[in-house]
Design a protein around this ligand. Sequence first.
Ligand code: SF4
Ligand code: SF4
Ligand code: SF4
Length: 574
Amino acid sequence: MADMINLKINNIPVSVPAGSTILDAARVAHVEIPTLCYLKDVSCVGSCRMCLVEATGARGLVAACVYPVSEGMEVKTNTEKCRKSRKTSLELMLSKHKKECLSCERAGNCELQRLSVEYNCDPHRFEGETETHPLDLSAPYVVRDRDKCINCNRCVAACKKQAVGAIGPIGRGYNVHIGSAFEMTLMESVCVGCGQCIVACPVGALKERTTVDEVWSAIADPEKKVVFFTAPSVRATLGEAFGLPVGTNVEGKMVAAIRRLGDVEVFNMDITADLTIMEEASELINRIKTNGTMPMFTSCCPAWVKFVEQKHPEIIPHLSTCKSPQEMFGGLLKTYYCEKNGIDPKNLYVVSVIPCTAKKYECKRPEMQGEVDAAITTRELARMIKTAGITFNTLPEEAFDDPFATCSGGGTIFGATGGVMEAALRVAAKMMDGKFEVVDFPAVRGTAPIKEATYNVAGHTVRVAVASGLQNAETVLGQIATGEKAYDFIEIMACPGGCVNGGGQPTLPDSIRNTEDLKSLRAQALYASDEKNSLRRSSDSPVMDMLYGEYFGAPNSHKAHKVLHTSYKADKRI
Ligand code: SF4
Ligand code: SF4
Ligand code: SF4
């Protein structure tokens, strides 16, 4: 057991493991110390000075997020000196800040606004010369507003943790700001669009590039038939935007809410997660049996694909050729669905609801041929529901529209790290050995950064690995390159924890993010749904029988390749 340190926080005795910070100890004492630049698992640099406290043995005020506890220490978190210091720090931040609280997307959910109110700040105390800068609108997935940035560096830490490093501090003193090397726009930089910087940002300086107005216009257009489909993880997070506890599965209410946005149909993207598995498992088996390019990597995460194209083009032949579930659904709707229902594809407006900012970029890739007209994040959907005056929490539970309603549990767990691998194993093992009945693969579940397992199926040894977060993907690539590890099939999701923690998911207050395990709680909602589903394998879904029976013939058929597969190209950046 770790050595324990005894100390007092505001006269409350606590005992915490050696190496803990004052901030850790305060939590044990149920005392909240304000923070801005600190974010659990992402950023801990003690630069914003919001968490300054008085501690015996320390000279002056110390930053609680980085200052270690010591035996017998007495900490005071709420003295006049602490409060005055925090208030001055906030007022200095406000002196440069574009104060647009009336219309800012983060109003009501902004850490700077909350603390400024709590500390009774005068936003004009240090009024002086201010500069204005244009928004960075270069990327189709994110908007950067330098004039709202408080230089907390949380986005920089998040991007560094992704092994991308597209953004960092530039300049000195008053002129310091966050940007890309040589003042490149985000689109010119090495950014992969994962949006982890957006969810890390405590204020409204980063947000997704919204396409909500286009969606409203399409709904109002009598010439258009509008269909929505929702990604697996959205049902596990949308409720947070309406105050429901983290990990609440709101599938039925989500469908009911979208249906009330207008004359639209609502489909289940878990269907094309199932379809991805059918295609990917067949591709894997084919590569194994024909000594094809191995190991094979998943390709359903567009930020990972962009990372490979930009940073590791040598991996391109190893990527599965399967499109992501979003693009498979777009392709399916603009071909099969339109043909079957006599709809001109030009008049079908396809909206995907995704946990992801990278998918906004993905649907604009030329090879995707505009199959998805608009990709909106969980946050954007929540805003549409609020704009429409729909009282989400009182809605009845409704089912997805046929023919794309019934999915397998394998399709649902796609939204969590390890879910794609588990769903693929369920199907690949059964395809290789018809008697293989196992559907639970616990070794690939959970939020560990890297997971690995080995299975023996029909005389083949299949070595698998799962990594989430691009830093962890980089580790796996390094281990393969040096020969330290060898695998046959590898799942990579760019966001730590997978899509449940995607860049388009609700931005929760720091008080929740710093204390709760969002990744696990959200993933549990998906695994609980999988458990309840009598169809666990993607191949069990009657929709797969319908699609292969009526249209594609068989997985990896010529027609399936035309609609459901894609190609990649190297995109070397500086
Ligand atoms: S979107 Fe991802 S890669 Fe791009 S700047 Fe943000 S964290 Fe970095
Ligand atoms: S953009 Fe947001 S997260 Fe990044 S430094 Fe500015 S305020 Fe902090
Ligand atoms: S992990 Fe999911 S949410 Fe994150 S970039 Fe990839 S597909 Fe998008």
